[in-house]
Design a protein around this ligand. Sequence first.
Ligand code: C5P
Ligand code: MG
Length: 289
Amino acid sequence: MVPELQKATVRIRQPERVRGIIQALREQGVAKLQVISDFDMTLSRFGCNGRRCPTSHNILDTSRVISEDGKKKLKDLLHYYYPIEIDPNRTLEEKRPLMVEWWTKAHELLVQQKIHKSDIAQIVRESEAMLRDGFKEFFDQLHKNNVPLFIFSAGVGDILEEIIRQANVFYSNVNVVSNYMGFNDGGVLTHFKGPLIHTYNKNNTVLQGTGYFQQLSTRTSIILLGDSMGDLTMADGVPNVENILKIGFLNDKVEERRRKYLDSYDIVLESDETLDVVNGILRYILTQT
Ligand code: C5P
Ligand code: MG
């Protein structure tokens, strides 16, 4: 059905169930399909050239527009809060207030740096941002078939939009909800617009008023892509979900987190820097017989 599912990176707890969902997605047809995806470390790469790839926040944090002191403080925050974010032994309830703390402190530091709106394109060009291998086929397939792609990100919206724009895949079927920067009349960053989106509130509470899922109420087949346990709730606001396939990239602390990911995601991709499996599934669903 989907040869890519034989890749060594693929782990599935219930293969029969997964087969059934993929079959149902194909039978329901392209007109009913929508894709909901996280951005950082899901559409973008986790590792490149033996090093970590930057998140949309990291791209800003390490850019030339940030003072040395600012860079150090932002890095200290990352080293303190990231292990908490991915700790499999803490509950989401424990993590939530700490994530709000992290994002709030980081955004305050960024606002102190007087970042210019007009610097963003150059910051992204000079960064090591990388989309996963196969990104072009992924975006192209969805665009050609008019399948809506909803990117739901706790990263920085202005940065991630610029990444997909520079990759020439910011098509009309792509919608982004994320943390956007607010600028004054002089084009200087003064605040981040609310509501604050962090790893563990990616659900309907931050989508109130967007009407996005309501306007797609006939799109009852969902493919959800994420890399965090917090991404599992991204489709909670979709009315009348009939079939949902959850695909999770397990990038970091693979051994410790495997059990949880296998219990929560239908398909787990371990240390897989590509969109091969996703593209294979899409090819199968979108090819009408
Ligand atoms: O869930 P999502 O991928 O949208 O979350 C954004 C990512 O950005 C998280 O994986 C988090 O580790 C990272 N982050 C960061 N710097 C911050 C806040 C979050 O790198 N200040
Ligand atoms: Mg992510």
